[in-house]
Design a protein around this ligand. Structure first.
Ligand SMILES: *[C@@H]1O[C@H](CO)[C@@H](O)[C@H](O)[C@H]1NC(C)=O
Ligand SMILES: *[C@@H]1O[C@H](CO)[C@@H](O)[C@H](O)[C@H]1NC(C)=O
Length: 496
């Protein structure tokens, strides 16, 4: 921005202040005039709630333009440096992003090794070196005692030697499932063909967490349904930043797995009751996204997350590769605020996964219903349970002491927190974005520094260290410099 431009703005601002004063004087003299005439009805009209509101709105807009800018950001300044929105990129020649379909294919990755001795071992969880020496020993043994061979082949249940962190006869059960409350843990068996995994999310401006999700789950998830709206949850207009980023190549490493969903309208009643807007996002995401998938099978896995909930890869891989787990499936997530450094006690356990069959037969194809805990009262539940031939009990990957994912709440730089404040839905009261003092950068920075909350409270956080197990998704830790603001408190001095 040039100097002359600045001085012009300053002059405009001065004129605005002048105009504001004149307007005030006009109103006051008008009121005096009418009072002098004792024309009460006109005065009443002038002071009616709607007229007053109009005047107040005008007044606030003046103030916001003139004085608010010193402490508050312009709402679109967040995108500067992330993406150029001056030119809206056209859809590629092969079709509009939000009208494409996605064909699901079986994942042919050789997740398991089939040994000559008949063992089926999960490649990643098996200690291959120990395995080969173990087999050599066996062969040696067989050469010495050829008669034992036939007997052994019958009796021997070949167990794979597991790496640390993997369990079960096939070494495919990760610790977070092994220590979970899955009742049928000992009965799960590897599938011949993996399930396809569908991960659905709504995106606003959580782009760093989105990259973290795509890197965490990219090789396990078959398709990401990602919904972006040109409305905020509050009902204001919002640029399609994610669409722009897909088109300008920022997601080229994963775009073959992204199905872009565009929500171009705001639900009726969403202004008055923000929860309607909030729920509708998930409903639209699921209905539109699932209807554009081809080749869906009833035992495919559907997972719906908020953009700030990132499941750990190994737990999702288990759902993909194994049969015998029950549903719906929750995920115990590590909880933190503003970054991974303000860790909160306990876990957040969100019901977020089920099979495609359950999604449609019990939840009417609506992802928001899956996230509610009242699955058993859904009309289709008993019938569906009967059709599976087993008792369906919910369980959760992980446990209160074994994190199976991350919930990073308000994890932004200060400008991102500001943007979240002003776009929050109208219903989750108090709506902190309505308080101008809570939108100030200095206030937001102080919250981040102290781990405080908008209501003035400060929680008692346990100490945390980026080196601890499950501190943050691996991708963020691997790119520490770039994502340092999420890993260390930016506003406190380093302890050492
Ligand atoms: C959102 O997009 C739709 C379709 O392009 C358009 O009709 C609508 O006016 C847009 N809304 C806002 C708030 O930009
Ligand atoms: C449960 O399934 C059996 C067949 O497997 C059927 O005969 C029975 O009517 C079903 N019950 C309900 C409540 O759907």
């Amino acid at each position: 921005m040039g100097r002359s431009h600045l001085s012009v703005r300053r002059r405009i601002r001065r004129y605005k202040v002048l105009l504001l004063c004149l307007l005030g004087i006009c109103i006051i003299s008008l009121l005096h005039y009418y009072r002098a005439l004792h024309n009460i009805s006109l005065l009443q009209e002038l002071l009616s709630p709607s007229t007053l509101k109009m005047f107040i709105d005008i007044f606030w807009n003046f103030l916001a333009a003139d004085f608010g800018s010193k402490q508050e950001l312009h709402k679109d300044s967040l995108w500067k440096g992330i993406v150029d929105l001056s030119v809206i990129l056209p859809d590629p020649p092969d079709g509009k992003l939000h009208e494409r379909t996605f064909v699901l294919h079986d994942d042919l990755t050789p997740f398991f090794i089939h040994t000559k001795s008949g063992a089926v071992c999960f490649r990643e969880g098996t200690n291959v070196a120990a395995f080969t020496s173990h087999r050599r020993l066996q062969q040696h043994h067989n050469e010495i005692n050829p008669k034992d061979k036939a007997i052994n082949a019958d009796k021997m249940v070949v167990r794979c030697p597991c790496r640390q962190g993997w369990h079960g006869p096939h070494c495919g059960i990760p610790t977070i499932v092994y220590h979970s409350n899955l009742p049928s843990k000992s009965k799960v068996i590897p599938r011949k063909v993996p399930r396809r995994v569908i991960n659905a999310i709504n995106i606003n401006h959580e782009f760093d967490l989105l990259h973290a999700r795509f890197h965490e789950l990219g090789d396990v998830v078959d398709v990401f349904l990602v919904c972006e709206s040109n409305f905020t949850a509050y009902g204001d207009s919002k640029p399609l930043v994610f669409r722009q980023q897909i088109l300008n190549g920022m997601f080229d490493y994963i775009k073959h797995k992204i199905l872009y969903i565009f929500l171009d309208h705001f639900p009726d009643g969403g202004h008055a009751d923000g929860w309607i807007a909030d729920d509708y996002l998930r409903t639209y995401l699921t209905k539109n996204g699932m209807s554009r998938l081809e080749g869906l099978k009833k035992d495919d896995v559907f997972i719906i997350d908020d953009a700030d909930e990132i499941p750990a890869r190994d737990g999702i891989l288990f759902l993909k590769l194994y049969d015998g787990w029950t549903e719906p499936v929750g995920i115990h997530m590590r909880k933190s605020l503003y970054g991974f450094y303000w860790r909160q006690f306990g876990t957040l356990n969100v019901l977020s996964a089920c099979t495609a069959a359950m999604l449609f037969k019990v939840y009417n194809g609506d992802g928001i219903l899956l996230r509610r805990r009242s699955y058993y009262s859904m009309s289709g539940f008993r019938e569906y349970e009967n059709s599976t031939g087993r008792i369906l009990v919910p369980w959760a990957i992980g446990s209160p002491v074994h994190y199976a994912g991350w919930h990073c709440s308000w994890c932004f730089k200060p400008d991102g927190i500001y943007y979240k404040l002003i776009s929050a839905q109208n219903g989750d009261f108090p709506r902190w974005g309505d308080y101008s003092e809570k939108r100030k950068m200095s206030y937001i920075i102080e919250l981040i520094r102290t781990g405080g909350w908008f209501d003035g409270s400060i929680s008692d956080y346990p100490p945390s260290d980026p080196r601890e197990h499950m501190f943050a998704p691996k991708y963020l830790l691997d790119n520490y410099e770039k994502y340092r603001y999420l890993l260390e408190n930016p506003y406190t001095k380093a302890k050492h």
